[in-house]
Design a protein around this ligand. Sequence first.
Ligand SMILES: [Zn+2]
Length: 201
Amino acid sequence: MNCREALPLMHEYLDGDLQGSEAKALKEHLIACTACHTLFRELERTDAIVKSLPSVRASDDLSARIMNSLPPLKKRSSWMEWVRRHPAVSVAAVFAVVMFGSFMSMWNDDQQLMVKGTDLQNVVIQGDTVIVPKGHTVNGDLVVQGGKLEVEGDVTGDLTVIDGSLNLASTAHISGQVTKVDEAVSWVWYKMNEFFTVFSK
Ligand SMILES: [Zn+2]
């Protein structure tokens, strides 16, 4: 067994779906291969954390949108197979790659305000507070990291707040999903992205 073959088996093992000769072969590889052994331990921890977070479990709607937004990677077919067989954990990981891949490098920087969106001219930033004023409409998604988000107007896409606070006024209207991510979850996503980076090479 090589390392690439070992990864999907680790997931099946964590899902409780691995038995017999495959389980034996995986165990033998984990004893022989330090890299996979370390990865397995991390995966075991991450799996436990993800399963304990109901908010990370993807809805069918979210799964469908992630499938549609995936870039046409060469490895796509094997990824897709994997995602189909491990919806809860894999979708969280793919979601991280799709949503947060572009600013992963900023993740460990000092707590700084980061605002991301396609329509930022309708957003007012005051210190560490990001405001969508009453009567204003932000078209598309809005992501705020490390700050306070106050919404009094409309957002037509999804709202994501990372390591910050969210205040929705009674006048606010969000068409998409509202997601709050704290440090524990972002750690999971960060680790998941690392796994995919390693194994998609
Ligand atoms: Zn290995």
